[in-house]
Design a protein around this ligand. Sequence first.
Ligand SMILES: Cc1cc2nc3c(=O)[nH]c(=O)nc-3n(C[C@H](O)[C@H](O)[C@H](O)COP(=O)(O)O)c2cc1C
Length: 261
Amino acid sequence: MSDFLELAVARRSIRGFTGKDVPQEDLLKLLKAARSAPSGGNCQPWRFYVIRDKTVQAEIARASGGNAPFLLTAPVLIVVCADTARSESRYGKRGETLYCIQDTAAAIQNILLCAKDLGLGTCWCGAFDEDAVSKVLDLPKSLRPVAVIPVGVPANEPPVSADRRPLEEIVTYIGESGILSHDEEPHRKIEHVNMGGAQFRDVNLYGSTFNDADMRNVEISDVNLSDGRIHSCNLTNVTICDCKLDGMTINGKDVTGFMEN
Ligand SMILES: Cc1cc2nc3c(=O)[nH]c(=O)nc-3n(C[C@H](O)[C@H](O)[C@H](O)COP(=O)(O)O)c2cc1C
């Protein structure tokens, strides 16, 4: 598994922040990541408003219907705007209504992933009154606000969850798939949690990592743990039975060796 897949899977929307500030150098990295996104004809039809002003944040929170108090508590907001005129001048209606939105969406996702990589939390917020946000920021007519992104240090990490639709449901192969089995997909990361007494039954945890977890009295049965890693965990009284374990390691040791001990 590439580290990138791990990062992409682990990114979740964060809606609660500690009071800790976001360093300027990290903010700069987010903006550089945003600017690196692909864009139709390399038009780069975007503008990023970086907001560190509680009055303006409150106005944006209000324009979002008051349902997003985290827009006020985040130390920074980035409002990503599409420059519709820039794309239209090159591609006409398609540029104005489609390309510039796709381009900004790519930039937004780059910000989200870069933030995750830096240990920062974000949330892509699109539910706001466009006119109200445009007014707050005094946007020229050609700029359309596409997303408000709060950025901050996560107050807590949402648990890794398996809430994505199965590949079988969303992928159509034309020609041979070249994929042996979709059920090898999960690469979950389970870290810094107390799982005492938990039971895992009949689940696919292929390639997953358990790190710094209290796994006392955990029962794992009929689970695909192949290519997984268990690291720095309390394994007192753990039982593992009827599991797929090929390529799995515990504290860097091949799992077969561990079982014999
Ligand atoms: C176009 C778009 C608009 C969204 N708008 C909001 C929003 O207004 N408020 C919010 O809290 N989350 C918003 N989200 C975040 C989604 O709720 C979230 O990405 C989704 O539930 C999946 O959860 P995850 O990001 O933790 O993987 C938006 C996401 C996208 C892509």
